[in-house]
Design a protein around this ligand. Structure first.
Ligand SMILES: *[C@@H]1O[C@H](CO)[C@@H](O)[C@H](O)[C@H]1NC(C)=O
Ligand SMILES: *[C@@H]1O[C@H](CO)[C@@H](O)[C@H](O)[C@H]1NC(C)=O
Length: 402
């Protein structure tokens, strides 16, 4: 009996122990479940957040895609436009190539057979030519520069007519403005700065010349104003006007075969005077049937003609020219103004050889130069481009003296 009781007690105790054990297990599992539930809630929240974010992202990409699509179509349209323009330019280039002379060509000093009218001696012998060549060579030894590039461009002002001319006297620094293509008035400014600051052309001094100038072919050089005067016939006169005393100090006549302009794109330029380190030059067309530009070296003091050359540079499609260090640079363009370029070079001393002759493009402006005047002191060009007064700074290199 005692043993049975003991057994019962021990069984009951064991039962209670098992119960306790199961209770503990249940608690544990419940806690775990709660924890898992919590975590699941967290995951759920998080996945919801991700989902929303993804939706937002999708919306964003859709928008970006939409934008890209429209960008693409506008790009495509631009591309088509560009292709059309390239085609047009190519056609223009073809036209230009067909129309104008070969690429930059340096021409030898071909002396024109002197005309009786110029009052020069008859043709000379070989030996004399050699002597003269030597003399010329030594004369230019201090001027050994060739144009190598256009360094910069500065648009100073826009005043006056689409065509005109402006220049600066290297000696006095005064600026002279020839508005239009003819007239007896010349505007004078004390400096380039004075000119660019002036309102219109007010407040400037106006010089009234005793006769009309024809075309933008004048030059101002060491206190003298040289201008072209045309009479009723084909002949032109070069008039030398003393700016200090305000009177004509000399004039010379140039008998020409027929009336012709020196540059076909600027028919108003009857003849073009140019001043450089070596003195005064005259670019002209000897007659309407003469296709090339002629060049004369003048004595700046007496207006005597010292020598004449055929530059072999065509007048056709030329718009202007300038002389640097005894070398003529002719600037060409197209009738529908595109890019001006130096496309023909002629050196009176035969020093600039073909390889050195630059094919120089002026900075991309769709204008046409009515005139280009070189200033030897500043190595600058004073250009008149469709009513804009522009300064081009030039870079030079040494001529390869043979
Ligand atoms: C320039 O000349 C044109 C005519 O060729 C004239 O109408 C204009 O008033 C002139 N401008 C100035 C600033 O003199
Ligand atoms: C004009 O120059 C070209 C070279 O550019 C030459 O072939 C032609 O003979 C010249 N014409 C005259 C009439 O001098």
């Amino acid at each position: 009996m005692k043993t049975l009781l003991l057994l019962l007690v021990s069984a009951a105790w064991t039962l209670t122990g098992a119960q306790l054990y199961y209770q503990g297990l249940m608690d544990y599992l419940e806690n775990r479940l709660l924890a898992i539930e919590d975590r699941m809630q967290l995951w759920h929240d998080e996945s919801h957040r991700y989902h929303t974010e993804m939706l937002d992202f999708k919306k964003l990409t859709a928008e970006v895609m939409e934008g890209l699509k429209s960008d693409h179509s506008s790009l495509f349209k631009d591309l088509e436009g560009a292709a059309v323009r390239v085609n047009r330019v190519e056609r223009e280039m073809d036209y230009v190539e067909a129309q104008t002379a070969p690429r930059a060509c340096a021409n030898g000093a071909d002396k024109v057979v002197e005309q009786d009218a110029w009052g020069l001696e008859e043709s000379r012998g070989e030996e004399e030519e050699d002597e003269e060549w030597e003399e010329l060579h030594s004369r230019v030894s201090d001027c050994v520069e060739i144009l190598s590039g256009i360094r910069s461009v500065k648009i100073m002002k826009r005043v006056g007519s689409p065509k005109g001319m402006w220049t600066r006297d290297p000696r006095s620094s005064k600026v002279y403005v020839f508005n239009g293509t003819s007239g007896d008035a010349v505007l004078q400014f004390s400096s380039v700065r004075d000119f660019s600051r002036s309102v219109g052309v007010g407040g400037s001094g106006t010089i009234r010349l005793p006769s009309e100038w024809s075309g933008p072919g004048s030059a101002v050089y060491n206190g003298y104003l040289y201008y072209i005067k045309q009479d009723a016939g084909a002949d032109v006169h070069v008039v030398k006007y003393d700016l200090l005393s305000g009177s004509v100090s000399d004039s010379a006549m140039f008998p020409l075969e027929s009336q012709a302009s020196v540059y076909s794109l600027n028919p108003e330029t009857v003849a073009d005077l140019a001043a450089d380190d070596e003195g005064l030059w005259l670019l002209y067309a000897s007659g309407d049937s003469e296709p090339n530009i002629s060049l004369a070296k003048m004595d700046a003091a007496t207006l005597d003609i010292e020598q004449i050359w055929d530059t072999r540079c065509p007048r056709e499609n030329a718009e202007a020219a300038f002389v640097v260090c005894g070398t003529v640079y002719v600037v060409y363009n197209t009738r529908l103004a595109s890019r001006s370029r130096v496309q023909c070079v002629f050196d009176v001393n035969d020093v600039v050889i073909s390889e050195e002759a630059p094919l120089l493009y002026f900075p991309r402006r769709y204008g046409a130069h009515a005139s280009l005047k070189y200033n030897p002191e500043e190595r600058q060009l004073y250009g008149w481009d469709d009513g804009y007064q522009i300064i081009y700074r030039l870079t030079m290199k040494r001529k390869l003296l043979g």
